[in-house]
Design a protein. Structure first.
Lengths: 255, 698
């Protein structure tokens, strides 16, 4: 399989010579096309910094990040924005939907800023919303729908552009357990049926159990890696809990 | 310590302060400029009557200044309130650090003081330069000699400005202290606004309201232009004003929904770039600011109308004046004084001396010479006699049309006797004035009239009834309408009617009413004319005046110089007050608009951050922001301009100014320049301020 994402010995330092913090300390990993990968770690472990570097919001200190064959650490200015617009999709913890726009318009906005023909926009928005089961709320405003529906709208917005890689930052963080489960099922659908590659950051073991593979990060370094393989989700979930116990520190946040 | 904090705060939030500072500086500068006119006029070489007019203007401007100070005061409190609200979180942090409310008040007090002093200094500095331009304008409008140009600084105006603004700042300080004392710490710290619930209007209702508003406005427009003849009394104008206001509010209530609906149906435009986002932003904002948008629009409308119509009045007055003052001098004197006269209304009895009665039987030239006036000072002298015939009043000459005229114009004095002139007498004057001369057959008469309302009445009457019966003899009107022409010089067309009879008509001695004389001064230059004019206008050191006074003889008159000066002075006073008010209205509406836009900056900030997150680059974001603010500024302006087209037309009709589009053009250009400059400045400040706000880190 082709690698969609390759992180090669990435380092990210904050501060100055006298007081240096290594947020990411020599991390390398790969994500193949069609994989659903989770990144777990306690708060302060560097997982969000890593995601920010991959999503081109932040710059690495050293190392390379290659997405779909392009080294994004070499991109600058407008080509960086263009890259972000066209190759990446984002799902955020707090949805980041525009309150003035309807669900339809929120999804369409991701396409209009790519200057895509309006007829195609219509087809694609309708298509994706049908797949995510939000077709009947397309004309509603964000404040009129539930949190789970909001996050599914956000997911639709993230993948409507057919990105090479979808980056999800604690997508279930603001949802109740039922909505979280529904959303994760949607993710599964996107991943399995539409072969969307997803990289998800979370510190919730249940959410993580939906992925194929989990990378654990501690103090800016890769601590462990778990592959689901042929395990059931329940077995995988138990393994995750075990690793988290090893990781320590963030136990209270898990439950 | 507090002082240091204040300075640092101001530096940090300089862009936030930009609108506030701009408003203060403009306010101070305008205030200074108009109040420094006093010292400016001292350097102008103008005649006595002009100086009096300038004095009157300065008095009026002084009163207007109080009104303006109140408007500015409210504006400053409003703008300041915006700043304080924007810094709620900062104050919250101070309070968690243990700072008391009084200390926070002190910080704000210091800041207000600093910015006040700074803006006063900058404002007065700009005002001093601005007032030099003003004095050039004053000199031009009053046609004064500007050869000795000196740079002036008006200390009284400066002090007045400082006092007025000090009072305003005091009000701001008190207001701030009250606001701070009401704050609760928890509200300060969580002051960042959450996404609000968007009020959605039913699009069909929006479209309906929009169409109804357009119809209402259209009807109001028609009322003040096409149907203006029906607006004959002052109370009937209230209808169109209410309709205009309701229509404007309706338009703002529905406009964004309407536009949204229209553009939404054109997917090609709607689903392109950030169009959708910008439209929704506007829709959201205009929905929540219907009333303030309407107020801003109406203020802009007043600014545009006031500025452009007052300037056009001046321009058209100039051209009409030339036509209405063909000679240097008009004099008139009552003929045939009786031995005693009882005023029919007051019952007061006036007895006339033999000398007065004797003089009233002689022409004006005789009166002038016998009272020590050198008749050689005059040339082109034409003297005629004006008659009135007992019983021949307006009522009679209107004939059958009288009843209808009375119901339409109940206020006119229909018992006024008609002014009668021999046609050859009139032709003498007409020749001198350069007007058309007429011929009449023995049984013909004709009417001269150029005052609009009376022309209308007389034309109607002449259509129905062309004959007048004088002492059993019938006379027929030669024309079926009245012709233009006049006897008395004045500032505008005011001849309500003169009836000309043929020379063969038997003019009786007792019908003589007045002597009328028209002449030019027998000198060439303006300066010499000014000197000769004093005999008729200046009471000091005046032989003619003293003698006439002694003999009890009343000689009325009007000179070209007086007419021109008073008319120019009047127009100039109107212009100055209009500019003053217009600019302040403009500043007020621009500032409110700008602050409205910035107030919602926290919401905007969040929304633009989302745009950035989903992959919009800075260029796209700035473009969206620019368009959003530009449209937000343009909508009230465009509607105000549409209102003004009809408003100006109405104003010019009411003031009976007939201006062609070419004549209006300079005043429209001048108005556009003023509005463009001030409005543009605020637009720019708003755009930069908003850009700064949305750029801030989360």
């Amino acid at each position: 399989m082709k690698d969609v994402l390759e992180v090669k010995s990435v380092e990210k330092y904050y501060g100055n010579k006298s007081n240096l913090t290594k947020a990411i300390d020599n991390i390398s990993f790969k994500v193949e096309e069609g994989e659903f990968v989770g990144i777990m770690g306690a708060s302060g472990s560097g997982k969000t910094t890593l995601l920010n570097c991959i999503s081109t919001i932040d710059r690495v200190t050293s190392g390379n990040i290659i997405i779909n064959g392009k080294d994004i650490t070499k991109l600058k200015g407008n080509s960086l924005n263009k890259f972000r617009r066209e190759e990446l999709g984002f799902i955020f913890q707090d949805f980041n939907l525009l309150d003035t726009l309807t669900a339809y318009e929120n999804i369409a906005l991701a396409l209009t800023i790519q200057k895509i023909n309006h007829k195609e926009i219509d087809t694609r928005v309708n298509d994706i919303s049908e797949k995510l089961g939000i077709k009947d709320i397309l004309n509603k405003y964000p404040y009129q729908v539930s949190g789970g529906q909001k996050q599914r709208i956000a997911s639709a917005r993230a993948i409507v552009t057919n990105p090479k890689l979808v980056l999800a930052d604690e997508p279930t963080g603001a949802l109740d357990s039922k909505s979280a489960r529904q959303l994760l099922e949607s993710f599964e659908y996107l991943n399995k049926k539409l072969t969307t590659t997803i990289l998800m950051v979370t510190h919730d073991a249940f959410t993580a159990s939906y992925t194929d593979r989990i990378i654990f990060i501690k103090d800016g370094k890769i601590f462990n890696e778990l592959v689901k393989g042929n395990d059931t989700r329940k077995q995988f979930f138990e393994k995750i809990i075990e690793v988290q116990t090893l990781l320590g520190g963030d136990l209270s946040g898990v439950i | 310590m507090l002082f240091k904090l204040s300075i640092r705060n101001m530096k940090k939030s300089f862009k936030d302060y930009a609108i506030y500072f701009l408003t203060l500086v403009l306010g101070v500068a305008i205030f200074y400029m108009f109040n420094s006119l006093d010292s400016q006029q001292a350097m102008l070489k103008v005649s006595e009557s002009t100086r009096k007019l300038i004095g009157l203007m300065i008095d009026i401007l002084g009163v207007v200044s109080i009104f303006i100070a109140i408007v500015l005061g409210f504006l400053i409190v409003y703008a300041n309130n915006f700043l304080v609200n924007r810094r709620k979180k900062e104050f919250g942090i101070y309070m968690t650090l243990g700072m008391g409310r009084r200390q926070i008040s002190k910080i704000i007090l210091l800041e207000t003081l600093l910015i006040g002093i700074l803006s006063l200094a900058v404002g007065i500095f700009i005002g001093i330069f601005g007032s030099q331009l003003m004095s050039i304008l004053v000199a031009k409008l009053f046609e004064a000699d500007m050869s000795e140009f000196t740079f002036i600084f008006s200390l009284p105006a400066c002090i007045k400005t400082c006092i007025y603004f000090a009072v305003m700042f005091l009000a701001v300080m008190i207001f701030n202290t009250i606001t701070i004392s009401k704050y609760k710490l928890i509200n300060l710290l969580t002051a960042v606004r959450k996404n609000e619930i968007v009020k959605i209007k039913n699009p069909i209702v929006s479209i309906l309201v929009f169409l109804v508003s357009v119809v209402i406005l259209g009807y109001a427009y028609w009322k003040v232009t096409g149907g203006i003849n029906e607006l004959d009394t002052i109370d009937k104008i209230i209808g169109p004003i209410i309709m205009g206001t309701v229509g404007t509010i309706g338009i703002f209530w529905s406009l964004s929904g309407f536009i949204l609906r229209v553009i939404q149906s054109r997917k090609k435009i709607y689903l392109k770039g950030t169009n959708m986002f910008v439209l929704r932003q506007l829709n959201n904002k205009i929905n929540t600011t219907v009333i303030s948008m309407s107020v801003i629009c109406i203020m802009l409308f007043m600014t545009i109308s006031i500025l452009s119509s007052s300037i056009s009045v001046q321009t058209s007055m100039d051209s009409e004046l030339e036509e209405m003052t063909p000679v240097d001098l008009n004099l008139y004197k009552t003929a045939n004084l009786p031995e005693s006269y009882t005023n029919p209304k007051t019952g007061k009895i006036t007895n006339y001396t033999e000398k007065q009665i004797e003089d009233s039987k002689r022409p004006i030239t005789y009166t002038l010479e016998s009272n020590g006036y050198d008749i050689n000072n005059l040339k082109d002298i034409e003297e005629v006699i004006i008659y009135t015939i007992p019983g021949l009043t307006w009522e009679k000459s209107l004939g059958n049309y009288f009843e209808e005229a009375k119901s339409n114009f109940p206020m006119l004095a229909y018992d006024t006797p008609e002014t009668i002139l021999k046609v050859s007498d009139y032709n003498k004057i007409a020749k001198l004035y350069g007007l058309e001369q007429y011929n009449l057959k023995d049984n013909e008469y004709m009417v001269l009239c150029d005052f609009d309302t009376m022309v209308e009445l007389r034309n109607e009457a002449l259509k129905e009834n062309k004959t007048i019966n004088i002492e059993g003899k019938e006379y027929y009107s030669k024309y079926d309408e009245c012709k233009s022409g006049f006897l008395n010089m004045s500032t505008s067309h005011t001849n309500t009617g003169i009836i000309l009879f043929p020379d063969s008509f038997e003019f009786k001695e007792e019908w003589k009413e007045q002597y009328f004389l028209a002449a030019n001064y027998n000198v060439e230059t303006e300066e010499e004319k000014q000197i000769l004019d004093k005999s008729f206008t200046d009471e000091d050191n005046n032989v003619l005046y003293e003698k006439l006074e002694q003999n009890g003889i009343v000689l009325d008159g009007m000179t070209k110089i007086v007419i021109i000066e008073s008319s120019k002075g009047l127009a100039t006073i109107i212009i100055f007050i209009s500019i003053y008010l217009g600019i302040i209205f403009l500043i007020a509406s621009s500032a409110i608009l700008a602050l409205k836009q910035l107030t919602e900056s926290s919401d905007n900030k969040q929304r633009y951050a989302i745009l950035r997150k989903i992959g919009c680059d800075e260029k796209m974001i700035n473009k969206a922001l620019f368009r959003q603010i530009a449209i937000f500024f343009m909508i009230p302006l465009v509607i105000a301009i549409i209102h003004s087209i009809f408003g100006i037309k109405f104003a010019l009709t009411v003031m009976s100014v007939l201006a062609t589009p070419e004549e209006l053009l300079p005043s429209i250009i001048a108005t556009a320049a003023v509005i463009g400059a001030i409005y543009g400045l605020y637009f720019l400040a708003t755009y930069l301020g908003s850009k700064n706000i949305i750029k801030e880190e989360e």
